[in-house]
Structure formats: C-alpha cells, structure tokens
Design a protein around this ligand. Structure first.
Ligand SMILES: Nc1ncnc2c1ncn2[C@@H]1O[C@H](COP(=O)(O)OP(=O)(O)OP(=O)(O)O)[C@@H](O)[C@H]1O
Ligand SMILES: [Mg+2]
Length: 418
C-alpha cells in the first residue's frame, strides 16, 4: 500500500497553507482496519488507515472526477457522524459544503470542536465555520429556538423555470402560466397577492378559464400557508456565505416534505447557475450532504415531478464538470436504481444495512453482499461500545474499517431555548 506524509513537515511547499493536513494531501481518512481498542490510544500505522481521495478544489472542470458518495446504513448506526468527518476535511480543502438536515438541527452541532476521542491521527478537535438556516415552514412550533438560526424565504422572481413550479406541485400547464404571469407583472417586489389579483383580472378578461384559475389558486393558497415567499425575510445567498468561508446548514425540522423536496432541488439548481454566472463564476466544487434523504428524495403519492430527485440525478449524470457533488445518506436504496448508483463511485455501507439483497442491482461485489447477509458472523457490531465495522466499496473492491470520530462535535447540544 502507498504511504503518505504523516506530518506537516513531509508536505510539499505547494500544499502548505491548508489548516488541515488531510485537505493538503486530498485524502479523507475514514477509519482503521482494526478496532480502536487495538491501538490502545497509541500510534496508528499508516497502512491501517482507510482513505477516500478527492480532487483539489482548483482542478480544471474537464479533469474533475465524479466524487459522489453513497452512505447506506440503518437508523442510529452513525451515518451523520461519518458525514461530519468527511465534511470536516472537505470544508478545510476549500470545498463549498451545504448540509441538508431534514429532521433535526444537529448538523449545527458541528460548529464547535468535538471531544478528542479516536480522531484521525493528524487532526485535533475543531469546529466547522458554518451558517445555519431555517426556511419559514421549519419555524412552525419552534418559537423558543428560532433565535439560534438565520431564516430565509424565497423570491417569486427567482422561480424562473418551469421545473421549479412543477416542483411545487403545479401542473405543467399551471407552471407555464406562472412563468408568463410573473414575466407580465414584471415587479421586483412581487408577492402572492399580486398574482392572485392578476389571476382575477385575467379571468374577468376571459384570458384564463375557471379550472386553470382555481387549480393555480389552490396551489397559491398552500404556498401562502407555508409562508415561503415572505418579503420581510431575506433570501438565502449560498455563494455569499461560501465565499466568506462558511459551510451552510439548512434544517427543515421534519416539516412539509413536498416543500423540502422543492427547496433542496431549488438550492442545487441555484448552485448550477452560480457556476455559469458570467460576472462571478464559481470555481470551487460543492459538496451537498443529503442527510436522511428518504425524507425528500422520493416521489410522493400522485406526484409527477420531484425537483430534489431530478436534481440529485442530475448531480450524478450531468454536473460532474460543474463540480457539484453529493454525499447521500439513506436507509434503503429507494430512488437509487442501477443508473443512479453508477454515479456514486464511492459507497460506504454499515454492517446494519437492512437490505443486502438490494445491493445486487448497484454493482456491489457479491462476496461482500454475502458477508452482509450474515453480517453478525462476518462484521463486528457491538452496540454497547458503539463499535461498527463498516465497508468502503470502490471500483469493485471492498475494504472494512472502523470509523474515526469527526474533529467537530456531533453529540453535544449547541442550541438552547430562549
Ligand atoms: N458518546 C458516544 N460516542 C460514540 N458513539 C456514540 C456515542 N453516543 C452515541 N453513539 C452512537 O452514535 C449513534 C448516533 O450516530 P449518528 O447520529 O451519526 O447516527 P445516524 O445513523 O445518523 O442516526 P439517525 O438515523 O438517527 O440519523 C448512536 O446511535 C450510537 O450508536
Ligand atoms: Mg443522522
């Protein structure tokens, strides 16, 4: 196995300037091949460390390799903890990191340093500089905690593609109509009220039939209830926060899953646009951490179109050269069929993953699937000691490892009620 520098002194001049040696050598240390107790707090030999590699942030578009990571696990076996380890390195490697947190606000726990226990050998406890946001629907019944977060709303004028309106469950026809109305109203301070009044006018002039009018009105009243277009609340400028050295977390507090799937898709779409910004193109790659993605990356009943699913599939199929990647954490394969799975060259699987048979369809070595089918026999899993033997599957190979703890905090609360 290849050896890599183990101290700052061994890192070449070009790489100096990173605060994190793993960012400099562009490798994320996932864990060790033997359980932590084996090392007894002493030195960990380099060849015992399992890594994943990544491109430098300033790699040319055309040379970028796909860097999508799929984490398959059960509930509570440490996927968010593992994601925080990956995030800690990528943040320091100048990747723009967006963490989607559908059910809790625990992603923000990463802002302070974690307890110093079984970290990668070259890391010290350290928090991640981050800004934490809630969209308006996530503030419901959360009054005492809201003061800890930044709020954001959306601007109607920014929804300038048909897909976006379809992502809010408008029909294709309704979505086209919304684009037309918004362009006709041409108002920088556009509100839902303006649109409702305009619909009435169009109906009066017989420019819209009653059925289309009322179907649009139904959707608009739901959007009003969700308060996502509140003009008094700022919109979220991801690039602004990223350029100031922040990672960004968005928590949805398990609220409205349709909105969640729209908003996640919308955020990814906006990152794509930022790459093409003529005046200020984005060059740094983006890693979108999709925690518990079964909340939003799936089709809901009677839903024809889901913006999150569409954009996540686009990350795999089309956005590599744009430097937009994702690290998806799921409990079942769900939307991940053979085609989508191919876009995840890195798969990290917990010994508790519930449905090993389903892995046959996503190109995981058969030998490992057999191990997972009888996982108690082949893979260590000790709940009392929080000890789980995970597997990294990459390019037809698999290797087992025991995860390191992230240098940032995972378990300790950082947000308190007023
Ligand atoms: N002090 C601790 N040190 C190490 N591991 C712990 C500690 N306390 C709890 N754990 C383990 O960490 C797990 C939680 O880790 P994490 O939040 O990453 O899991 P998860 O897979 O994201 O869970 P969920 O499905 O709830 O989101 C606990 O279920 C437990 O096994
Ligand atoms: Mg979790």
């Amino acid at each position: 196995m290849k050896h890599f520098p183990l101290s700052y002194a061994a890192i070449s001049d070009k790489e100096v300037g990173y605060s994190n040696p793993y960012a400099a050598i562009r490798k994320i240390p996932l864990g060790t091949i033997k359980p932590p107790s084996y090392y007894g707090g002493g030195e960990i030999p380099e060849e015992d460390i399992v890594y994943i590699k990544f491109d430098a942030f300033d790699t040319e578009d055309i040379e970028r390799s796909a860097f999508n990571i799929l984490i398959l696990a059960a509930s509570g076996d440490g996927k968010s903890k593992l994601a925080k380890l990956i995030w800690s390195v990528l943040h320091d490697a100048n990747y723009y990191c967006l963490y989607i947190d559908p059910k809790t606000t625990n992603s923000g726990n990463a802002k302070i340093a974690g307890p110093n226990k079984f970290l990668p050998p070259l890391l010290k406890p350290k928090g991640i500089k981050l800004k934490h946001y809630l969209p308006m629907p996530a503030t419901k019944d959360f009054n005492k905690q809201v003061h800890n977060f930044n709020l954001f709303s959306l601007d109607l004028n920014d929804l300038d593609e048909r897909d976006m309106w379809m992502g809010l469950d408008f029909t294709s026809k309704g979505a086209m109509r919304m684009l037309k109305i918004i362009s006709e109203l041409n108002n920088k301070k556009l509100s839902l009220k303006h649109i409702e009044n305009y619909l009435k006018l169009l109906h009066h002039q017989k420019d819209i039939n009653s059925q289309t009018k009322s179907s649009i009105e139904d959707r608009l009243s739901e959007l009003e209830y969700l308060r996502i277009f509140e003009r008094t609340i700022n919109k979220l400028d991801l690039m602004d926060d990223f350029k100031q050295g922040n990672s960004v977390c968005i928590s949805y507090n398990s609220r409205d899953k349709h909105f969640m799937s729209f908003d996640v898709g919308e955020k990814i779409r906006r990152l794509v646009k930022s790459h093409h910004d003529e005046n200020n193109p984005r060059i740094n790659p983006v890693m979108v951490f999709l925690d518990d993605s079964s909340y939003y990356a799936k089709f809901f009943k009677k839903q024809d179109f889901n913006l999150a699913v569409s954009e996540i599939q686009n990350i795999g199929n089309n956005y590599r050269a744009l430097g937009i990647f994702n690290c998806m954490m799921v409990q079942t394969l769900g939307i991940i069929d053979e085609d989508v799975a191919e876009t995840y060259p890195i798969k990290i699987i917990s010994p508790l993953f519930k449905n090993p048979e389903s892995l046959h369809k996503i190109n995981v070595p058969k030998e490992f699937i057999r191990m997972l089918q009888d996982s108690k026999k082949h893979l260590i899993q000790d709940e009392d000691k929080y000890l789980y033997e995970w597997t990294l599957v990459q390019g037809g190979n698999h290797v087992q490892f025991f995860p390191f703890m992230p240098p940032c905090n995972h378990f300790k609360r950082v947000y308190f009620p007023k």
